[in-house]
Write a new protein. Structure first.
Length: 177
């Protein structure tokens, strides 16, 4: 009876064991050959000396190896490819102001207006500013998720960064743990 109990217990334990799966290989950035060189975006903040939120265009300046934010044809600021540490997408879900107002009206079912949801897409660029020896994160809002991902993939490939998921990063040099 005891050998049968041990065999059944062993089969049960081995049958429920979960084995770790290897991490899939990193895929290369898929940037189409006809990718645009400029993208409409709204600067949300994060750069030293540029505190106003402004609409403009992000442009790849490959000759000078930098990404430039233009507003009405005038260069507002630029970030060199070599200064980029990390580039990643982000999104924030929120209830629009109209939904908040309607939900407080004393009518049956008005509380359902809180279920209205608006998703905002962002491109965040973490960089190292060599002039003041500080790190910062610039945030740009995009209207379209596809354009956001295309911008991040293009920037990551142009800046020769490594990809992890939808994000790109520059590995540390000489880091020991």
């Amino acid at each position: 009876m005891k050998p049968l109990f041990f065999i059944v217990t062993a089969l049960f334990m081995f049958g429920t064991a979960v084995f770790a799966q290897p991490r899939p290989a990193d895929k290369a950035a898929a940037v189409p050959a006809n990718a645009p060189t400029s993208y409409e975006a709204r600067y949300e903040g994060g750069l030293f000396g540029a505190s106003k939120k402004e609409n403009g265009t992000l442009i790849f300046d490959d000759a000078n190896e930098r990404v430039v934010f233009n507003r009405e044809g005038k260069e507002m600021f630029s970030i060199p490819y070599s200064s980029l540490i990390m580039v990643y997408p982000d999104s924030k879900d929120s209830v629009p102001q109209a939904g908040k107002v309607i939900s407080h009206i004393p009518l049956p079912g008005a509380g359902l207006a809180n279920l209205l949801n608006k998703s905002t897409k962002y491109a965040n660029m973490t960089f190292e500013d060599p002039d003041i020896q500080a790190n910062g994160t610039a945030s740009f809002r995009f209207k379209d998720k596809d354009k956001l991902l295309l911008f991040i993939n293009s920037l990551g490939a142009k800046a020769k960064m490594k990809q992890r998921g939808d994000a790109f990063y520059r590995p540390r040099t000489g880091a020991t743990f």
